[in-house]
Design a protein around this ligand. Structure first.
Ligand SMILES: Cc1cc2nc3c(=O)[nH]c(=O)nc-3n(C[C@H](O)[C@H](O)[C@H](O)COP(=O)(O)OP(=O)(O)OC[C@H]3O[C@@H](n4cnc5c(N)ncnc54)[C@H](O)[C@@H]3O)c2cc1C
Length: 392
C-alpha cells in the first residue's frame, strides 16, 4: 500500500482521499485554508459521479440534503418556450444505476469531509500551503510554506485552477479568462410564488448569456447562476460582491420568472466571478506526481461536470494504483485513461457556450432542433461508470 499525499481538500481532494483510504492506502491532505468549507452555491452531480459517492458511503447522507429534479428544461430567455429537456429523477437512475442530485456545495463538502475524517481521523492538515515538490526514483517530498517537508510514495495535486503542483509539472500555464462571468445567488422559495417552476431545473438560453436555475435542500432554496459575456476582466473570486442593479440590468427583458428570481435575491449578496480555464496540458503526471480535478482540467461550468470529473478522477486513480504493478505505472495508466474523457467534457462545455449564447430566438430554435441533448448526454456523459470502466 502506498503513502499518498494530497494537495488541496476541495471536492476533488476529499473524493480522492476517500477512494484511496477505502483501498487501504495511507493518506494525508494538505489544505491551505485555515478551515474546511465551500461557498454558498449549488452543484449538480450526475450518475457518473454518484456511483462513486455511493461507493464512498456518502450517498444516503447527500440524498437527505439534496433535491432530485424531475427534468432539466432548456428554455428561451424571453418567451420561456421549451426547446429540449433532459429526463432526470427516476429515468436517470433507471438508465444509469445512480441518481442525479442537486446539492448545496457546503453540504456536499461537509459530508465528504466528515467521511474522510471518519476513515482516518486527523488526516486533513489545515493552514498547510503547498509550494512545490521534489521527486526521485523512490519517493516524493512535498514542500510546504514555512519550510516543512513531508515524504510519501505519491503526490496528488488536487489544488484547483491555480495549482502549485501543476506549475511544477507543466510550467507556467496561467489560467485565462474565458470572456464569461457568472452571477450567483440563492433564494429561499418562500419569496417566490407557490409551485414556482414546478420544481423543474432549467437552463434559459439567450443572446450572449444564459441562466441556470435549480432547487436545493429538498426544494427549500432556489439556486440561480447567470452566465454573462463580459469583456471587462474581473477578479477570479467566489466572494466578489457586485451591486444588485448590475445583475438586474444584465437580465432586463428576460422572462418574468427570471426577473422574479432576480427581484427576490438578497440585494447585499449578489456575487459575480470570472470563469477561467487554461489550455489542455501536454501531461498531467510525472513518475510519482499526478494532477486531479480543476488542477488538471478546468472547464466552463456549462455541462455541470467539473466536480463530477474530479470525482471520476478520484475513483480511477484508486483503481489504477490497485491494478498497476508500480506507482509510475499506475499514474501513467490513470493519465492515459482520464485525459481523453476530460478533454471531451472540457470541449463539450466550451461548445455549449456557443450554443447557449446564440444571437436570437430563431438561431437558438434552429440549433436546438438539430440536437438531442437527452440522448447525447445519456450516451456518453452520464453512462460512464468510473468504478467499472475498462482501464486497459
Ligand atoms: C458557476 C459554476 C458552477 C458549477 N457547477 C458545477 C456543477 O453543477 N457540477 C459539477 O460537477 N461541477 C460544477 N462546477 C465545477 C466545480 O465547482 C469544480 O470543478 C470543482 O469544485 C473543482 O474541485 P477541485 O477539488 O478540483 O478544486 P477546488 O474546488 O478549487 O479545490 C482546490 C482546493 O485546494 C486548495 N488549495 C489551492 N492551492 C493550494 C496550495 N498551494 N496548497 C494547499 N491547498 C491549496 C484550495 O483552498 C481548495 O480547497 C461549477 C463551477 C462553477 C464556477
Amino acid at each position: 500500500m502506498a503513502r499518498v499525499l494530497i494537495a488541496g481538500a476541495g471536492i476533488g481532494g476529499l473524493a480522492a482521499a476517500g477512494c484511496l483510504l477505502l483501498a487501504g492506502h495511507e493518506v494525508e491532505l494538505y489544505e491551505q485554508a485555515p478551515e474546511l468549507g465551500e461557498v454558498g452555491a449549488g452543484i449538480q452531480q450526475s450518475a457518473n459521479a454518484t456511483h462513486v459517492l455511493r461507493r464512498l458511503g456518502v450517498l444516503d447522507a447527500l440524498e437527505e440534503r439534496a433535491f432530485r429534479p424531475p427534468v432539466t428544461e432548456f428554455r428561451l430567455f424571453d418567451s420561456g418556450e421549451v426547446l429540449q429537456a433532459l429526463a432526470l429523477a427516476a429515468t436517470h437512475e433507471e438508465r444509469h444505476g445512480a441518481p442525479y442530485l442537486q446539492l448545496h456545495r457546503a453540504d456536499y463538502h461537509a459530508v465528504l469531509a466528515a467521511r474522510v475524517e471518519a476513515l482516518k481521523p486527523g488526516c486533513v492538515r489545515l493552514g498547510a500551503t503547498v509550494t512545490g515538490f521534489r521527486e526521485d526514483a523512490g519517493s516524493v517530498t512535498l514542500h510546504l510554506a514555512g519550510r516543512s517537508r513531508v515524504a510519501g510514495d505519491v503526490l496528488i495535486g488536487a489544488d484547483g485552477i491555480k495549482s502549485a503542483v501543476r506549475r511544477q509539472i507543466a510550467g507556467e500555464n496561467r489560467p485565462r479568462y474565458t470572456g464569461d462571468s457568472a452571477w450567483r445567488s440563492i433564494v429561499p422559495v418562500e419569496r417566490l410564488p407557490a409551485g414556482f417552476l414546478e420544481g423543474k431545473s432549467s437552463i434559459w438560453v439567450g443572446p450572449g448569456k444564459h441562466a441556470v436555475v435549480y432547487f436545493l435542500r429538498g426544494g427549500a432554496l432556489l439556486n440561480f447562476v447567470g452566465a454573462v459575456e463580459l469583456e471587462e476582466r474581473i477578479e477570479e473570486s467566489w466572494t466578489q460582491k457586485r451591486p444588485w442593479k448590475e445583475l438586474r440590468a444584465d437580465f432586463e427583458g428576460w422572462h418574468p420568472d427570471m426577473l422574479r428570481i432576480v427581484d427576490a435575491a438578497d440585494r447585499e449578496s449578489c456575487f459575480r466571478w470570472a470563469l477561467n480555464v487554461h489550455p489542455h496540458l501536454p501531461r498531467w503526471s510525472t513518475g510519482r506526481v499526478a494532477l486531479l480535478g480543476d488542477a488538471a482540467h478546468p472547464m466552463l461550468p456549462y455541462a455541470a461536470q467539473g466536480a463530477a470529473m474530479a470525482v471520476e478522477d478520484a475513483a480511477v486513480l484508486a483503481r489504477a494504483l490497485d491494478e498497476a504493478g508500480s506507482v509510475p505505472g499506475a499514474l501513467a495508466l490513470y493519465e492515459a485513461h482520464r485525459k481523453p474523457r476530460a478533454r471531451r467534457v472540457v470541449e463539450e462545455s466550451r461548445d455549449n457556450r456557443r450554443l447557449f449564447h446564440l444571437p436570437d430566438e430563431d438561431a437558438l430554435r434552429a440549433a436546438f432542433a438539430e440536437r438531442d441533448m437527452d440522448r447525447e448526454r445519456s450516451d456518453w456523459l452520464y453512462s460512464y461508470n468510473p468504478l467499472t470502466a475498462d482501464l486497459s
